[in-house]
Design a protein around this ligand. Structure first.
Ligand SMILES: Cc1cn([C@H]2C[C@H](O)[C@@H](COP(=O)(O)OP(=O)(O)O[C@H]3O[C@H](C)C(=O)[C@H](O)[C@H]3O)O2)c(=O)[nH]c1=O
Length: 180
């Protein structure tokens, strides 16, 4: 597994070793020991799976209490995945990083607590799997609007995104509750 910090170095892109053979392939998507050897001593409490069709944008979500770290990957299709730094004390507060995750590239992204997370589907369908370090807490969930000009995420849009009502009603960063 290769671990590559992105421009915001707490967000880490992983490329697992893929063992291909005549049957198909095998890869380890999480290994406590190898992750800990790279400074990621993680403990997950939830495993999630969402399926979305082309043009869906889910996010930018975070939990103001019980902030979740997320290890995300795509097992069918392709998405553009984004993390936004919401830690007011961070030198990269309000900045974003993104990566293309797909069934083809097998990549994973580690989005630590303290970040908002979202993704945009660029394939016909995408199956998105992710582990979380804390439990879902609807009462604490907040949404930042996907097209906030102060964040200026360069989404690879193919037309207007398909949003859940709560995402269409997301807050601008200037009005959002953030982390210390
Ligand atoms: C997230 C979650 C949702 N749910 C239920 C609540 C709703 O009835 C239904 C759909 O939830 P929601 O529309 O919030 O799903 P997403 O828009 O995919 O939300 C996720 O999308 C972005 C990209 C994230 O990073 C978060 O993990 C998460 O907020 O699943 C649960 O039961 N458990 C959960 O952990």
């Amino acid at each position: 597994m290769n671990f590559t910090p992105l421009a915001i170095p707490e967000v880490i892109l992983m490329e697992p070793r893929v063992f291909g053979d005549a049957r198909g392939f095998f890869l380890e998507s999480w290994n406590r020991r190898s992750f800990a050897e790279h400074g990621l001593d993680l403990d997950f409490v939830q495993d999630n799976h969402s399926r979305s069709r082309r043009g869906v944008l889910r996010g930018l979500h975070y939990q103001i209490q019980q902030p979740q770290g997320k290890l995300v990957r795509v097992v069918s299709g392709e998405v553009f995945d984004v993390a936004v730094d919401l830690r007011r004390s961070s030198p990269t507060f309000g900045q974003w990083v993104g990566a293309t995750l797909s069934a083809e590239n097998h990549r994973l992204l580690w989005v630590p607590p303290g970040f908002a997370h979202g993704f945009y589907v660029v394939s016909e369908v995408a199956d998105f799997l992710y582990k979380a370090t804390d439990f879902y807490a609807a009462a604490h969930e907040r949404t930042i609007i996907w097209n906030d000009p102060d964040i200026a995420i360069r989404w690879p849009l193919q037309g207007e995104p398909l949003l859940a009502p709560k995402d269409a009603a997301g807050s601008p960063l200037v009005e959002a509750a953030c982390y210390p």
